[in-house]
Design a protein around this ligand. Sequence first.
Ligand SMILES: NC(=O)c1ccc[n+]([C@@H]2O[C@H](COP(=O)([O-])OP(=O)(O)OC[C@H]3O[C@@H](n4cnc5c(N)ncnc54)[C@H](O)[C@@H]3O)[C@@H](O)[C@H]2O)c1
Length: 424
Amino acid sequence: MSSSTINKSEIANPELAAQGKKRIEWAERSMPVLAQIRDRFTLEQPFKGVRISACMHVTTETANLMRTLAAGGAELALCASNPLSTQDDTAAALVHEYGISVFAKNAIDRDGYYRHINAALDIAPHFVFDDGCDLVNTLHTTRRELLPTILGGCEETTTGVIRLTQMSRDGALTFPMVAVNDTDTKHMFDNRYGTGQSTFDAIFRATNTLVAGKIVVVAGFGYCGRGVAERAKGLGAEVVITEIDPTKALDAMMQGYRVMTMHEAARIGDIFITVTGNRDVLRAEHFERMKDNAIMANSGHFDIEIDVAWLEKHGRKNSKIRHQTDEYVLQDGRRLLLLAEGRLVNLGAAEGHPAAVMDLSFADQALTAEWLVHEAKNLKPGVHEVPTEIDKEVAALKLKSMGGEVDQLTPEQELYLNSWEHGS
Ligand SMILES: NC(=O)c1ccc[n+]([C@@H]2O[C@H](COP(=O)([O-])OP(=O)(O)OC[C@H]3O[C@@H](n4cnc5c(N)ncnc54)[C@H](O)[C@@H]3O)[C@@H](O)[C@H]2O)c1
């Protein structure tokens, strides 16, 4: 590996590189769509001369996305989008096995987190990949000198799209950002099946609790919440949903879940999972009603959904009584268990989504980046959709890789669907 790449990185432990490579290759086995795109990029070099800064969870799946962009000729700098999600072996392998600059260490403090974002920006990128909007936000606040050369970027998650939309509404966003989160092939699968499964993977690793027979309270019945609720039900839990949107709440009821306020749910829940993208969903008034040994986990993007500051102030903390499990003993003796410090649990206490589902999200990212190289100049500053053709292409490739097939329209069917004359 060139020493310049290695010098331009900050990772925890280079000796983990061989182990990280094995795990990256393991993830690759479940990412056939991305592999196909990588083969094409290797031949066509769509990113020759293009610099990309990426702020994403440093996982084995992201590593395969980075390899795909690098194969297409991109110069890359990767930093973490969450201090707890970095897999140090993955970071080491990216630097020492694949020659990609990485600035990420697991459990880094806030200053280190932002130092890494700034270091990833130092390559003066043409394009940015963000997951939660921290990198784009940094660009528009403290690194504005870099804005003139930025052509565009992609955003991976719901929370990031919400922040970007607000920036755009306020006229603050200076370049086009594409909402990869909003493709069907991302949120219908990654948010639902990925978050659903990996949230429980994390709860098991952290607590080894039995879910069957428990009451699982899921706050938020959006794409992620739906996936979490389905998995909880499948594991034998009684599922309670809390919502603020009556339509989502009604949908939850018709799917057979109980729906109530968090005030009510706090009293009966055994396991609480927040996945709203909103703040203070579990707070003092709820902690005061919870049962002894209640487990709390957050799968929303930021660590704001559970009021950890209140627990720190009012509970006696027994740190890490198990892997990523902190216990807070309240004055009346009740013990509340907080997983992964209230940060997104599936990346803090487990490995994030399975590679097979990230194959879709990152195929979307790779193809959108290729499209942006040509189209960014024609897009106004603001939040844009991924072209439908990319979404459909990714779905078709994945379906094929899983052995599924769709019917083709007959000419009569096509005509019928495009006409209005035929009635009963
Ligand atoms: N853990 C992961 O790997 C992962 C993956 C994808 C998305 N996310 C994050 O998860 C969060 C949710 O994403 P989504 O795609 O499901 O969003 P979504 O908009 O589809 O769903 C969020 C739901 O929460 C509800 N809500 C808001 N405030 C609430 C409150 N106080 N109480 C109860 N419900 C409330 C909303 O009405 C909405 O139905 C976001 O922060 C997103 O970035 C995490």
